[in-house]
Write a protein that binds this ligand. Structure first.
Ligand code: SF4
Ligand code: MG
Length: 292
């Protein structure tokens, strides 16, 4: 595998493009998200030879192919678990996950809370198009109730899941939302996630014109609203109120929440070093607690 090297710094966005042709449909929002990822990697000066991009299955899970990095295309819904292991084994790497709403919140839904609560040091970019695109149009956990699809020919019975509220509730330490039609803003949000030490969740609305005729580019554009400039990103309650608002009305775009908290690899290292883990524990206390 040929990766760009740091000898060429500063790298430009184009240096993060791989030679693999991008195969998404014309008009797919994912093109905008990919541009934002290239720009964010360049702006954050991520070394491609220290970058691991990990995905599950879905149209957006093809993203790592298009990036000049190391990569793993894993099982459906399991990217987060593989990324957690990657980060623990190689904390020197920048670890990213790219995937969709079905991969992340349905098939992979069991992993999401644990990446957040453990504060695994990675950046998770979720491309939300409210549909399963790769498998040609099934209702997803973020589909609107009125959506008619192959699996819901009369519309669905469920209200959509609220991803922002979900991630805030389980303790993600960086939570942001963007829209593929605004790649410049998405790039800033992803860059912020890459620079944040901890679990960064960046949710991006990204239209699927081939299979979701409800959530169009125009629909998302009319729905998004910038996070108010006076919003305090350290205030979890305010972030949750914004996230909840987005579930029913306009959707907030920008950084909702940011918190500094020890990461999983840092806490593991503290235990290994005996320098005291979380909540004032030290090695001897942990050993005593583990004794039968
Ligand atoms: Fe994009 Fe939908 Fe085409 Fe997949 S099926 S590439 S999500 S437009
Ligand atoms: Mg999807």
């Amino acid at each position: 595998m040929s990766l760009a090297t740091t000898s060429k710094t500063p790298l430009k966005s184009r240096d993060y493009k791989s030679k693999v042709p991008v195969v998404w449909c014309p008009g797919c929002g994912h093109h905008g998200v990919l541009k934002a990822i290239y720009d964010a990697l360049a702006a954050a000066e991520v070394d491609p030879s220290k970058l691991a991009c990990i995905s599950g299955i879905g149209c957006s899970s093809r993203t790592p192919y298009f990036i000049n990095s190391y990569k793993m295309h894993t099982l459906h819904g399991r990217a987060g678990a593989v990324a957690t292991g990657t980060q623990l084994a190689r904390p020197d790497l920048t670890v990213m996950v790219m995937g969709g709403d079905g991969d992340g919140f349905s098939i992979g839904g069991g992993h999401m809370p644990h990446m957040a609560r453990k504060n695994v040091d990675m950046t998770y970019v979720l491309f939300d198009n409210g549909i399963y695109g790769l498998t040609k149009g099934q209702y997803s956990p973020t589909s609107r109730r009125e959506m008619k699809s192959y699996t819901t020919p009369y519309g669905g019975p469920d209200d959509p899941l609220n991803p922002l509220l979900y991630m805030l509730t389980y303790g993600a330490t960086y939570v942001a939302q963007g829209f593929a039609g605004k790649p410049g803003i998405c790039a800033e949000l992803i860059k912020g996630g890459l620079e944040h030490k901890g679990f960064s969740y960046v949710h991006i609305f990204s239209q699927c014109p081939s299979f979701n005729t409800l959530d169009t580019n125009d629909f998302y554009r009319s729905r998004i609203e910038m996070v108010p400039p006076d919003h305090d990103v350290t205030d979890l309650g305010s972030a949750m109120a914004l996230a909840r608002m987005g579930h029913y009305g306009s959707a907030p775009m920008g950084l909702l929440y940011k918190e500094e908290r020890a990461t999983l690899d840092e806490r593991m290292q503290m235990i290994i070093d005996g320098t005291g883990g979380h909540a004032g524990y030290d090695k001897n206390m942990i050993i005593n607690e583990l004794r039968p």
